[in-house]
Design a protein around this ligand. Structure first.
Ligand code: FES
Ligand code: FES
Length: 195
């Protein structure tokens, strides 16, 4: 039997994408396989590890727990590819993770970066204890977390130093029409559907 496909439109990192997907397509798979945004990593695929975290309307969301057809009902998705400024300047969270040596293999990093970007946006001066709690839901096999916690606080410090311009990419624009960005008419067709 041929599976029914659905046309979805997703605004990711300020770019409008289109894809044709089965109703069961996970947002994580859609991002990676249909849209080619492989910065979002997939670890456990059932909501435990947080590697797949993206921002949906500015809020952290495990993309392996959301369907692409559901995500299309939201205004804006930010993946790790969308954190840096348009001119390539790293987001404070990216600078902080680098400075604090908060990654080793990097597999978990995209999930931490999106999570921490949103956390610091909402909590500009976290105590160490708060920073630790903020990242407690994401798993890292390499770092022991101490440097990640330090990076949360360093992100906050850099954000305070750099001001509002440092927050790009972590929240949907007030008016999506003002965001601009090229229109990408048709993403590659679905391939390698999950069984
Ligand atoms: S891959 Fe989504 S939480 Fe692990
Ligand atoms: S840096 Fe390797 S899993 Fe976190």
């Amino acid at each position: 039997m041929t599976e029914q496909l659905h046309d979805v439109r997703l605004r990711v990192n300020g770019i409008q994408y289109s894809a044709r997907v089965p109703a069961r397509r996970l947002l994580s798979d859609c991002l990676r396989h249909d849209l080619g945004l492989t910065g979002t990593h997939v670890g456990c695929e059932h909501g435990v590890c947080g590697a797949c975290t993206v921002l949906v309307d500015g809020q952290p969301m495990r993309s392996c727990l959301m369907l692409a057809v559901s995500a299309a009902q939201h205004d804006d998705i930010t993946t790790v590819e969308g954190l840096a400024a348009a001119d390539g300047t790293p987001h404070p969270v990216q600078q902080a993770f680098s400075e604090c040596h908060a990654l080793q293999c990097g597999f978990c990093t995209p999930g931490f970066l999106t999570l921490v970007a949103a956390y610091v946006r909402d909590n500009p001066d976290p105590a160490e204890e708060d920073a630790r709690e903020a990242v407690a839901g994401n798993l890292c096999r390499c770092t022991g977390y101490q440097n990640i916690v330090a990076a949360v606080q360093r992100t906050a410090e850099l954000t305070r130093e750099q001001g509002p311009a440092a927050k790009s990419g972590t929240a949907p624009p007030a008016d999506p029409a003002e965001a601009g960005g090229p229109h990408r008419p048709q993403a590659p067709q679905t391939r390698g559907d999950r069984p």
